[in-house]
Design a protein around this ligand. Structure first.
Ligand SMILES: NC(=O)c1ccc[n+]([C@@H]2O[C@H](COP(=O)([O-])OP(=O)(O)OC[C@H]3O[C@@H](n4cnc5c(N)ncnc54)[C@H](OP(=O)(O)O)[C@@H]3O)[C@@H](O)[C@H]2O)c1
Length: 333
């Protein structure tokens, strides 16, 4: 049983704990929060017995095998570093880092701590439908491009409009649309098509100077991919991948709930599987497989494949942000 610690006491942490417990491979053991009282309130109903408001003590605890980090984006790097230095398996919510330099430092630190493992909780790449789409793309023939749209109004934008600065809409906490919903479509693009040759990002800034929404163009040698992302409006458009005459259509580029294949004659075939109710179960099961048996050849191959993909996504997000002239305080450190 993997003894799990968590950082972050919001709904996403609860969803990960539920997913981890559903796999039967983890036991929630410890909770870090900025106050011990909150750690107890959140942790006790989930079975935890260790509560801390001290990050150094939390990570140094021998009772922990793995730590899931769901703090504001700009804190991921420092917390992941502590996890690696304490030889834990570290599962970091997306986006794993605020900039590409941080990812390079994490990987260098991993080399000095070969017992540690580092995962980005990019849930959709672990779901069966992500692999089904990748497989279907290989049958499309000559790719003509893709349009991936993920725009969902954030309840926290109400606070921005009221003059406040919730974490996810601040430069200080490495927020904005690209660093949030943009991570999913960046994973789709890099996971399905590899790294683009060139990129451009046209952000629409929120009053807090992060990108509230934006359009990105990824240029590949023979086609382009357009990403429409936003946290300040809702879009009901499906996303599409184009062959010459055939098209793959997905209801949502992150949840991948319904995916269909439209052939040259216009016939539509459903190719997706029904996803699990909790979308984090697949990733929790995959991470457990690696943590429990890291030397297994397939586990080791998958682990490095996910880490390389994570690094490429971090690079793509950074390049897009550079193009959009969005600078985080972390970039200057
Ligand atoms: N995979 C997914 O589907 C998914 C969905 C949502 C979010 N996420 C990711 O999960 C992470 C957390 O997102 P969130 O919306 O939950 O963030 P958040 O509400 O801003 O903060 C998450 C946790 O961090 C702590 N925290 C809040 N403000 C802080 C501050 N100023 N300094 C230090 N700690 C602070 C709080 O825990 P304590 O009060 O206990 O210290 C809070 O529960 C982000 O990286 C986000 O991208 C992923």
């Amino acid at each position: 049983m993997i003894k799990l610690g968590i950082i972050g006491t919001n709904w996403i942490t609860q969803q990960f704990i539920d997913a981890a417990h559903a796999t039967g491979e983890y036991k929630l053991t410890a909770v870090y929060s900025r106050t011990v009282e909150k750690a107890k309130d959140f942790g006790k109903p989930n079975g935890a017995t260790i509560f801390s408001d001290n990050l150094d003590e939390f990570f140094a605890n021998d009772a922990l095998d793995a730590v899931y980090i769901a703090s504001p984006n700009s804190l991921h790097f420092e917390q992941a570093m502590l996890g690696i230095k304490n030889d834990k398996a570290v599962i970091v919510e997306k986006p794993i880092v605020a900039n590409i330099k941080q990812m390079e430092i994490l990987r260098e630190t991993l080399e000095q701590h070969p017992q540690s493992r580092l995962f980005e909780a990019a849930r959709q790449i672990h779901q069966p439908n992500f692999k089904i789409i990748k497989n279907q793309i290989s049958k499309l023939g000559r790719i003509q491009g893709a349009t991936l749209t993920y725009m969902k109004y954030s309840s926290r934008y109400d606070a921005v409009l009221a003059g406040q600065e919730p974490n996810v809409f601040t430069l200080k906490f490495a927020g904005g649309a690209l660093q949030d919903l943009g991570v999913y479509v960046a994973y789709d693009a890099v996971g399905w098509f590899g790294m683009p040759d060139d990129v451009a990002y046209y952000p629409t800034l929120a009053p807090t100077r992060v990108d509230g929404k934006g359009v990105a163009i990824l240029r590949y040698p023979e086609f382009d991919i357009t990403l429409n992302i936003g946290k300040t409006s809702n879009s009901y458009l499906p996303s599409e991948i184009y062959g010459l005459k055939d098209t793959i259509v997905m209801s949502n580029p992150a949840d991948l709930e319904t995916v269909s294949y439209h052939d040259a004659e216009g016939h539509e075939t459903l190719i997706s599987e029904k996803p699990a109710d909790n979308p984090m179960i697949s990733e929790a099961a995959d991470f457990a497989r690696v943590i429990n048996d890291p030397q297994n050849e397939k586990n080791d191959r998958d682990y490095w494949k996910w880490l390389d993909l994570s690094q490429n996504v971090a690079k793509l997000l950074y390049n897009l942000r550079q193009s959009g002239k969005i600078v985080f305080p972390d970039d200057k450190k």
